[in-house]
Write a protein that binds this ligand. Structure first.
Ligand SMILES: *[C@@H]1O[C@H](CO)[C@@H](O)[C@H](O)[C@H]1NC(C)=O
Ligand SMILES: *[C@@H]1O[C@H](CO)[C@@H](O)[C@H](O)[C@H]1NC(C)=O
Length: 479
């Protein structure tokens, strides 16, 4: 199997060489197991619903999978995506709770793959054949990593993701697919089996000592101060179990539900933006006077109150970044992505107005969708049409808050918004009344919540700087 680190290094190189983002995905690697689909397409009114299963993955107590599945089942044709929901289920279709299988993240990305190429091949020396695979990134702003269209983590079951009418995420438009290529979708699933582990939170936060990991997936030594994060819980790693704990391996799947409508001129397209509070972008670089790159490190650590040695008002870790949105528009949806310990995140406009605030819901029970201590949902924003606008070039401020009651490693602070052109069209003309009905049911369903668009992110990039490297030494898993 190819190492992702190597892969991403190759990708970085290629990205420098050519303007296009090609090879991004390398993905490839891995596993093209049986695309076990149970496509159940049913079209209720205008909205179509498709339910699929990912390829099977197998987990035993304490074990980790971080798989990349190329060419997953996905609706075809020129369509507008209205929601994307997913959860982990077993072979009988039963939802698996987070305290058994922690869903660190899943990510779905859009690619254009050359026709006739079964699975793009990867060479250690040359990377992917550049022209076989082109990743279609979301609208930004990160320049590496976080290019996906959809993705979430533990909050998957209770985070609304539907795109309100008259909007939709346009995909499969033949005019956007280069001649000789076809549109495909790939999925990355990172799950950790915490049955019988010594320290559940530690395993889900990928503490290196619990995984007995001192080198990354590629055999490079970790920075001495790297105590936890994705570099310590890569595919096939094992988290420490309680003495004598035994249980069986089991086969699991991602079951994902996509709602969509056929494309037509009444649908207003939206752009997907993913902001990362670890983005190192600066409007003005001290030495060059120019803006710097958007390096999105994805993960960061939160010190505990006791170790921070500060006063009581330091119970909250507040991380902030300023970012400039080149092209503005009307915000139609917003949601943050945080990990355990997160207490909320807000995106502000340049004048300090709140664009969207997204707060986690923690579970209180045992059943799937309500697991005590885990973030089981994030609140979302659905502004009234036209009420929240961002102007071209506006500087936004993203704030991500975590509790410092205990230390956390490998946490995230992403914010995802859907933005439509601020056109003066009359909304009433665009709304499809049929769809309204459908959409009303969605938020009520406990976990059926369609989350959509969510591309949130999950993470897929790992930020790891080798001690002797500058900031661009980070590696992205999913470019
Ligand atoms: C941890 O890793 C070291 C070497 O990498 C190995 O010698 C040791 O047995 C491992 N410990 C456990 C508990 O697996
Ligand atoms: C984040 O914390 C700061 C104080 O540190 C507070 O002013 C702000 O309202 C908090 N925001 C959210 C979304 O929790």
């Amino acid at each position: 199997m190819i190492s992702l680190a190597e892969l991403s290094r190759q990708l970085e190189k290629m990205a420098h060489r050519s303007q296009t983002w090609l090879p991004c995905f390398g993905i490839l690697l891995v596993v093209l197991s049986l695309p076990s689909s149970l496509a159940r397409v049913n079209s209720e009114n205008r909205i179509k619903t498709a339910v699929f299963l990912s390829p099977k993955f197998v987990l035993g107590p304490g074990s980790v999978v971080d798989k990349y599945y190329m060419n997953i089942d996905f609706p075809t044709g020129h369509i507008a995506l209205k929601s994307f929901n997913a959860e982990v289920v077993d072979e009988a279709g039963n939802p698996i709770p987070l305290h058994e299988t922690y869903l660190h993240h899943w990510v779905v990305a859009r690619v254009h793959q050359r026709k006739g190429v079964e699975a793009p091949t990867y060479s250690e020396k040359f990377g992917f054949h550049q022209s076989d695979l082109i990743m279609v990134r979301n609208s930004g702003l990160c320049e590496t990593g976080l290019g996906q269209y959809f993705g979430l983590g533990s909050e998957t079951r209770r985070t609304a993701t539907h795109v309100p009418d008259p909007y939709g995420i346009e995909v499969g438009n033949p005019a956007e697919i280069p001649p000789g290529y076809e549109e495909k979708w790939m999925m990355n699933v990172h799950a950790i089996d915490t049955r019988g582990v010594e320290d559940r939170l530690g395993c889900t936060e990928c503490r290196c000592d619990l995984y007995n990991v001192t080198m990354d997936e590629h055999g490079n030594p970790l920075r001495p101060d790297y105590i936890g994060g994705l570099h310590c819980c890569y595919d096939q790693t094992q988290c420490r179990l309680r003495d004598g704990f035994e249980s069986t391996k089991r086969s699991l799947f991602m079951r994902y539900t996509i709602k969509y409508v056929d494309w037509d001129s009444s649908v207003v397209p939206v752009k997907i933006y993913i902001f990362d509070v670890t983005d190192t972008w600066k409007k003005v670089d001290d030495t060059t006077g120019l803006p710097t790159k958007h390096h999105c490190l994805v993960e960061y650590d939160v010190e505990s109150f006791s170790s921070s040695g500060l006063t009581k008002d330091a119970y909250t870790d507040t991380k902030t970044v300023s970012l400039s949105l080149p092209t503005g528009g009307t915000v139609v949806y917003g949601v943050a992505h945080q990990h355990t310990g997160g207490i909320g995140s807000t995106l502000y406009g340049e004048d300090g107005r709140v664009i969207c605030s997204s707060i986690p819901t923690y579970g209180e029970g045992k059943e799937a969708g309500n697991e005590a201590g885990y973030i089981v949902g994030m609140s979302t924003c659905y502004p009234n049409p036209g009420s929240v606008e961002i102007s071209d070039g506006e500087t936004l401020v993203l704030v991500s808050n975590y509790s410092r009651e205990q230390r956390h490693t490998g946490v995230m602070g992403l914010f995802y918004i859907l933005v439509a052109d601020a056109s003066p069209k009359s909304d009433s003309l665009l709304v499809s009344p049929v769809e309204k009905h459908e959409e009303m049911k969605v938020p009520i369903a406990l976990w059926g919540v369609a989350f959509l668009g969510v591309a949130i992110a999950v993470a897929v990039v790992v930020a790891y700087r080798k001690s002797n490297e500058r900031v661009d030494g980070y590696e992205s898993i999913l470019v």
